[in-house]
Design a protein around this ligand. Structure first.
Ligand code: DQA
Length: 149
């Protein structure tokens, strides 16, 4: 099983970006931890980060048509609240997807409460820091394994 992990804009700055909200782990460190975690689940990971909406759309398309991924774990960051293009890409490839956030977007500013992406995902996980990614991975693995062939 292969899962694409997409991180959206400004998540390349994790570690120094508002650590009181997003913690002190860098994206590199998060990716290392996830690789270790995924190896126990027998899952292969592919990582993609971009600050550019269209590049994220391309990556979602490639997940299906080039990279042979079975599922997508996505932290769309600010594009959560704005991007119809990313939503449509997830819908178009019809791979199971889970939206995750490091912070609890529901107890922050009002504009963060709305997600364009969540309605085309199995579900949304928010507020657990690095564990949001791990919980999302588990949810995808369970979803794929419980699906009839
Ligand atoms: C975020 C929450 C978003 O509202 C914000 O724009 C981000 C990070 C999170 O992981 O908590 O960049 O997706």
């Amino acid at each position: 099983m292969k899962i694409l992990i997409v991180n959206g804009p400004n998540l390349n700055l994790l570690g120094t970006r508002e650590p009181e909200i997003y913690g002190s782990l860098t994206l590199d460190k998060i990716e290392q931890e996830l690789l270790e975690y995924a190896s126990k689940l027998n899952v292969e990971l592919k990582f993609f980060q971009s600050n550019i909406e269209g590049e994220i759309v391309d990556a979602i398309q490639k997940a299906k048509y080039e990279w042979d991924c079975n599922a997508i774990l996505i932290n769309p960051a600010a594009y959560t609240h704005t991007s119809v293009a990313i939503r449509d890409a997830i819908s178009a490839v019809s791979l199971p997807a889970v939206e995750i956030h490091i912070s609890n977007i529901h107890k922050r500013e009002e504009f963060r409460k709305h997600s364009f992406i969540a309605p085309v995902c199995i579900g949304q996980i928010a507020g657990f820091g690095l564990d949001s990614y791990k919980l999302g991975l588990n949810a995808l693995v369970d979803n794929i394994n419980n699906k009839p062939a």
